[in-house]
Ligand binder design. Structure first.
Ligand SMILES: CC(C)(COP(=O)(O)OP(=O)(O)OC[C@H]1O[C@@H](n2cnc3c(N)ncnc32)[C@H](O)[C@@H]1OP(=O)(O)O)[C@@H](O)C(=O)NCCC(=O)NCCS
Length: 246
């Protein structure tokens, strides 16, 4: 481990207690590492794609199997900007329990940033079609007067570790400290889960656009959309914050 990453680990080391006080976890926040890629993918397949509201609502579409998702997810993660990603590890068990996967986008990526070109199944078309619909009317680069923007792609925390503030630390640290370090002038995210929306609102993000799931043409025109799987989630929000104000 480099001196820099050892310092980074110490800097972000936190101790968390569950609400019931039954468990005492020693959570460390560490930079992305290629060695953890398989674990990151497993976490996303087991947690993100089985609990994130949009993915849940179209989970019967062709192309939603683990193998199909893996085909586009692995190259996506490999191609995103590793310097602005952050992992949460249960240090006592050396187990990955959370991850925020992000990407730095520039004004030249304006037309392509929300849709990975190699994701071409019906399931991916619905997920990314919805994401594109959500961001359609907003040019985040001109809105923030920015040329480099952090795009928050995916965040997930293992269910055994929910409600301990882990997502909050992941989102906070990557949106502000890591994004600034990489020269980003703004942060943007398509946020589907109410807990994640709450985190970003608390951090001062503004809502740039809101799209109720039942108003989405992408979803409601699809025979695979099942609104009953959305649970208590009603709308997705495109959220953003400037890093150059104040
Ligand atoms: C969303 C997710 C990352 C939150 O992780 P977490 O570590 O449990 O979140 P935190 O403990 O940091 O909680 C942050 C805030 O959200 C609230 N919150 C957490 N889970 C919640 C839930 N299921 N419903 C409503 N609010 C919730 C917490 O109360 C907390 O607010 P508070 O500090 O004011 O009490 C996690 O539920 C997850 O992995 N979900 C599946 C993937 C997903 O949907 N990712 C986000 C896509 S936009």
């Amino acid at each position: 481990m480099s001196v820099q990453s050892a310092m980074f680990q110490r800097l972000f080391q936190r101790r968390h207690r569950t609400v019931s006080g039954m468990h005492d976890y020693n959570i460390e926040y560490v930079p992305y590492s290629r060695d953890r890629l398989d674990e990151i993918i497993e976490l996303m397949l087991d947690t993100f794609f089985t609990r994130e509201p949009l993915a849940m609502s179209v989970s019967s579409a062709p192309g939603s199997s683990r193998e199909d998702v893996l085909n586009w997810l692995r190259p996506c993660i490999s191609g995103w900007t590793h310097e602005v990603m952050l992992l949460a590890v249960d240090a006592d068990r050396d187990k990955l329990v959370g991850a925020t996967l992000n990407n730095v986008i520039t004004a030249e990526d304006r037309d392509t940033w929300s849709w990975p070109r190699h994701a071409n199944t019906e399931y991916a078309r619905l997920v990314f079609g919805f994401t594109e619909e959500l961001g359609h009317d907003v040019d985040v680069f001109s809105h923030f007067g920015a040329t480099r923007v952090l795009h928050r792609c995916m965040t997930a925390v293992h269910p055994d570790y929910h409600h301990q503030g882990i997502a909050k630390v992941l989102v906070d640290t990557s949106s502000f400290e890591l994004a600034r370090k990489e020269g980003c002038e703004a942060v943007v995210a398509g946020v589907t889960h109410r807990a994640a929306q709450k985190i970003l609102i608390t951090q001062g993000f503004e809502v740039l656009q809101e799209l109720p799931y039942l108003d989405s043409k992408t979803l409601t025109n699809s025979p695979y959309f099942d609104e009953t799987r959305l649970g208590h989630h009603r709308s997705a929000k495109l959220m953003g914050i400037s890093l150059t104000d104040s």
